[in-house]
Design a protein around this ligand. Structure first.
Ligand SMILES: *Cc1c(COP(=O)(O)O)cnc(C)c1O
Length: 359
């Protein structure tokens, strides 16, 4: 089912960024945005693309008080053949609905949502940057919007999509990051909202991230919320380790976000013949492997950076270097393969690329 989308074009289009090396992440927005309203009686209605600008929000809106907000992060790529394409967008749409279910927010029609994403990307296709490694980042988000302070599942909601041209994540080449293992704060607990992509999880993670940055680390490695023993994620990325040739990644136990990059890496690794273990993986097991020289590579996975090699790990005063603080061969191979598929330079054997329009 497609939503009926009305389009009001801006009369004052902005100039496209001239220097694509200075795009950064999420600082510039395109000329238009998508908005759709929901209420219990009408369901989703008034789907519209309008000039980019502030949202009218009631001061008592649920999202501002009780954090009823979920989001997605995905990219539109300018491919080698001139097409503009999305990467596994249905995975993002299904995850958005799973997040919505957890927070009692209304479901979106999957086909209708894909049509919304394609419509806005096609309208903004000239905003998809051209330089190597750049893309148009899409930020779909959905929030509870009841205009009163009672606490219960919402009767009103809003779904919005904004678009931002983003720069090459590794403008200066892939650099391994320094990671501090967080043994106080936790990001999520089983039974909570860890598997939902919701703003609240990020709010809970900011303090540890700030503390790590102050100590010269890029991000934190999160441990489970009950025993603080099992590894869950790294910053806002999933995490993988190569130990004696086997790939280990934390199982999706409910407190780990089911990343689409994670899933794609697991599928690629298996197709290359690697043994991939999705299981509980303790910080003791990690440091045992590091101390005995069996930890070969470690990396994070996520849409923004695709893969991010971990070069340095610290835990309670102990410090370990991984792969001599260089990007490991398998980490590099995953990066090359995934970005190759995304930018249309490598054959898309798995059917992950969704054509949007000619560029
Ligand atoms: C979005 C996200 C990821 C990565 O998911 P991708 O689909 O690969 O981009 C990992 N962890 C958290 C907490 C996230 O929010």
């Amino acid at each position: 089912m497609k939503y009926e989308i009305s389009i009001t074009k801006t009369t004052t289009p902005a100039a496209k960024p001239a220097d694509e090396s200075k795009l950064g992440f999420g600082k510039i927005f395109t000329d238009h945005m998508f908005i759709m309203d929901y209420n219990e009686g009408q369901g989703w209605h008034d789907a519209r693309i309008v000039p980019f600008g502030p949202l009218p929000i009631h001061p008592a809106s649920t999202v501002l008080h009780y954090g009823a907000e979920i989001f997605e992060g995905m990219k539109a790529y300018r491919q080698a053949n001139g097409d503009i394409a999305l990467f596994r967008p249905m995975e993002n749409i299904r995850r958005l609905n799973n997040s919505a279910e957890r927070l009692c927010l209304p479901q979106l029609d999957e086909e209708g949502c894909l049509d919304i994403l394609k419509t806005i990307v096609e309208l903004e296709k000239d905003w998809v940057p051209h330089s190597e490694g750049t893309s148009l980042y899409l930020r779909p988000y959905l929030f509870g919007n009841d205009p009163h302070l009672g606490v219960h599942a919402v009767k009103n909601a809003m779904f919005v999509v904004i678009c931002s041209p983003v720069g090459a994540y590794y403008a200066e080449g892939i650099k391994p990051v320094k990671i501090a293992i967080e043994s106080e704060d936790v990001r999520a607990v089983r039974g909570g909202t860890g598997y939902a992509k919701c703003g609240g999880n990020y709010a809970a993670s900011l303090r540890a991230g700030k503390k790590a940055e102050e100590k010269g680390y890029t991000q934190v490695l999160w441990l489970d919320g009950v025993e603080r023993k099992y590894i869950e994620e790294v910053g806002a990325m999933n995490v993988m380790f190569k130990i004696d040739g086997t790939i280990i990644t934390p199982a999706l136990t409910g407190s780990v976000l089911p990343g689409i990059t994670r899933k794609s890496c697991v599928e690629l690794l298996k197709s290359w013949g690697y043994n991939v273990e999705e299981r509980l993986f303790s910080v003791d097991e990690l440091f045992g492997a590091a101390e005995s020289g069996h930890l070969e590579e470690a990396w994070g996975t996520g849409t923004a950076a695709v893969v991010s090699p971990i070069g340095h790990l610290s835990y309670k005063g102990n410090v370990y270097e991984v792969s001599n603080n260089e990007i490991g061969a398998l980490t590099q191979k995953l990066y090359d393969e995934l970005t190759g598929i995304q930018w249309g330079k490598v054959e898309d054997k798995f059917g992950w690329i969704e054509f949007v329009c000619r560029g």
